[in-house]
Structure formats: C-alpha cells, structure tokens
Ligand binder design. Structure first.
Ligand code: NAD
Length: 340
C-alpha cells in the first residue's frame, strides 16, 4: 500500500520510519512547508520530498531536491497520514476529499475531523473500512492502553488520572512553562477524559492535567476501580502479556524518573531514544479494597502514537481485520517489548 506522509515533523518523521519497516506498506513521499533541517533529513533518508507548489523554488534555492507539489504526492497515494500541526489537518481534509483519498489525522485535530477516534487496543475493528480516522493524542493513547487491557480481564468501573504533562517537545524552543507548574487546562475534566470516552463511551473517567518544565515524557498517576477483585500479582500477569506495555522496576533497575528511562532507551540504541510502549512502574502497582488499583505510568509523547498510526492504515484499508494480528505485525517489525 502506498502511503503519503503530509507533514514531516515530530510525528510524521517517526511514522515514515515505522512504515518503512512494515512488509505491507511503503512511504511514497513526505511533505514539508519549510526548507529546514527536517527537509534535509528527509532527503538524506531517501524519502521523496513534496512541498507547496509556490515553494518549490525556495526549496531548490536551498539546494534541496523536490519531487513535486503536495497535491501530486496525495494523488499518487492509497492513503494519507496527516501529521501537520494541530488544526492544519482539518484544513487539508478538503484536498483529501477532492482527490478521493482516505486519511489518518492526529490527536491535535478536533474529533469531528474524522469518522472515528482510534486506539488499536480499544476499537480497531470499529475503524475497519472507515474513510477518516483520528489517532488520539499521546496522553489519551496511554490511558486507553491500560484501561483496555484491564477491562478485558477484570472489567473497569471508573477511572481517575492525574496527568503531569511535559511542557514542550525537545525541539520546541518557544513553548513552556520554564519555571511553573501550570493547570493545563485550567478546568476538570481535562480534554483527555472526553477523548477517552470518544473511544470507550461506557467508561466513567475524570482527568486533571498539569504542565511542568520538562521535555522528556508525561507521567500519569492512575486510579482504576475494577469490576472484579484482583491482586497485584494478577494485574502484573495481565500487563506482562499485553502488547505495547512495558513493566519497569524502579528499585531493581534503578529507573525512578523519566530521565533514567530516556537514558535507558539511549543506551539500548533505540532510534531517537523512542519508547512507543506505555511504561508502567511495577513497584507502584497497588490494590486497596480488592478493587481499587493505583499505578504510575510514563508516556513518551513523541513516539507512543506511532504504532497506532501503522495499525490505522491496516484498519482503514482492511489489510488485516483483527486488532491483535495488526498489532503483532507492527510491533514485531518495530522491535517493541524487546528491551534487555
Ligand atoms: P510538528 O510541528 O513537529 O510537525 C508538523 C510538520 O508539518 C512540520 O514539519 C511542518 O513543516 C509541517 N507542516 C506545517 N504546515 C503544513 C502544511 N500545510 N502542509 C504540510 N505540512 C505542513 O508537529 P507534531 O508535534 O508532529 O504534531 C503533529 C500532530 O500530531 C498534531 O496534531 C499534534 O497534536 C499531534 N501529536 C503530537 C505529539 C507530540 O508530542 N509532538 C504527540 C501526539 C500527537
């Protein structure tokens, strides 16, 4: 299947690399609007680069080879991954409609942009054959993974999560805070709860979010009331078997922070030190009253949604009809959960 990547930034470049590792799809080109270092990297990685028609000359003046205008890229594709900045995707939708192409949007877009908000573990089958799918944001993806895995075995009655958000991505020089803890957003619930319910409408959930001066990862403190009683051992067994969730031992491995997690990923030689898995600190898993589970989890915001974008392609084009089958292909080819 021929995939066009519209927007080659934090998410787009990672999705392009992930697709290049899959046996059933190929990247036919990526787009950029500015002739910056990311455009140079695209060329170095042998991706064909497409740009707005009126900017072709500007790119060529920078010595960057251009394969054509963005419309040409879209018209040659079977499907488009739109990874442009929040809000731009909705404006691009007219072009996808005009050229008759299905598209995948990102979590920064309003949910109305797509037929369905998506997480592979939660609602893959509902996305089969849909025209427009929105992969939910990084925090929502992390929440949906743990809720869906626990729901399958124990049932979930309600969820409360405190979300400690990174202030900016590492490359973002104009965002903050740099010396504050900010209510982000300044109301409860934060949009994450609403987004979880767009995918799992029956789950009662409340979220509160605060932004802090760090760029590495988000951290969540999650409280889940289960329908059935469970022990800590039961929970660990289920999480160990689940795809896309890693258990880390804070004491034993001496990984008690996002900084050490990222250092671990760097030492492991993971591309861009990415951690597409949801990380759960095993030591934090605790149960009170038989049913109230509390745990702390970490989300690498730049990479957690990447496998979901790959699965969304298979769902829309009905290449694979079962969630677990698509996830297995994606994860094997990305080397997920292989970590020592
Ligand atoms: P980004 O700014 O890093 O990348 C966006 C890219 O799109 C840039 O390369 C830019 O040059 C390009 N672009 C801008 N306007 C364009 C246009 N009109 N046509 C084609 N390309 C255009 O942004 P990002 O962080 O990758 O975010 C993309 C989307 O993914 C947003 O919806 C965001 O909310 C979502 N998302 C981001 C993160 C994260 O942590 N960065 C995590 C999950 C989801």
């Amino acid at each position: 299947m021929k995939v066009a990547i519209n927007g080659f930034g934090t998410i787009g470049k990672r999705v392009a690399d992930a697709i290049s590792k899959q046996p059933d799809m190929e990247v036919i080109g990526v787009s950029k609007t500015r002739p910056n270092y990311e455009a140079l990297i695209a060329i170095k990685k042998k991706y064909k680069l497409y740009v707005p028609r009126d900017k072709i000359r500007a790119f060529e003046d920078h010595g960057i080879e251009v394969s054509g205008a963005i419309e040409e890229l879209i018209s040659r594709a079977d499907i488009v991954i739109d990874a442009t900045p929040a809000g731009v995707g909705a404006r691009n939708k007219d072009l996808y409609i005009k050229l008759g192409k299905p598209a995948i949007f990102q979590g920064g877009e309003r949910s109305e942009v797509a037929d369905i908000s998506f997480n592979a573990m939660s609602n893959y089958e509902k996305a089969l054959g849909k025209r427009y799918v929105r992969v939910v944001s990084c925090n929502t993806t992390g929440l949906l993974r743990i809720i869906s895995v626990l729901e399958e075995t124990f049932g979930v009655r309600s969820v409360f999560a405190t979300i400690i958000r990174r202030g900016a991505d590492p490359k973002e020089i104009k965002k903050g805070p740099i010396n504050a803890i900010t209510l982000d957003p300044p109301h409860i619930p934060s949009h994450h709860a609403i987004d979880v319910q767009r995918v799992l409408p029956h789950i009662p959930i409340l979220t509160v979010a605060l932004a802090v001066p760090t760029t590495l990862m988000h951290v969540h403190v999650v409280r889940i009331e289960l329908s059935k009683e469970a022990t800590v051992k039961d929970i660990i067994e289920v999480i160990e078997k689940a795809p896309r969730i890693l258990l880390i031992e804070a004491e034993k491995h001496s990984i008690k922070s996002t900084a050490e997690l990222i250092e671990w990923a760097r030492d492991l030689g993971r591309s861009r030190y990415d951690i597409p898995e949801l990380v759960i600190w095993r030591d934090t898993i605790s149960i009170t009253n038989g049913r109230k589970l509390t745990l702390v989890q970490g989300i690498h915001q730049e990479s957690i949604v990447i496998p979901e974008n790959v699965d969304a392609i298979r769902a829309i084009l009905k290449i694979v009809t079962k969630a677990r089958d698509s996830m297995r292909i994606t994860d094997e080819n990305l080397g997920l959960k292989r970590w020592w």
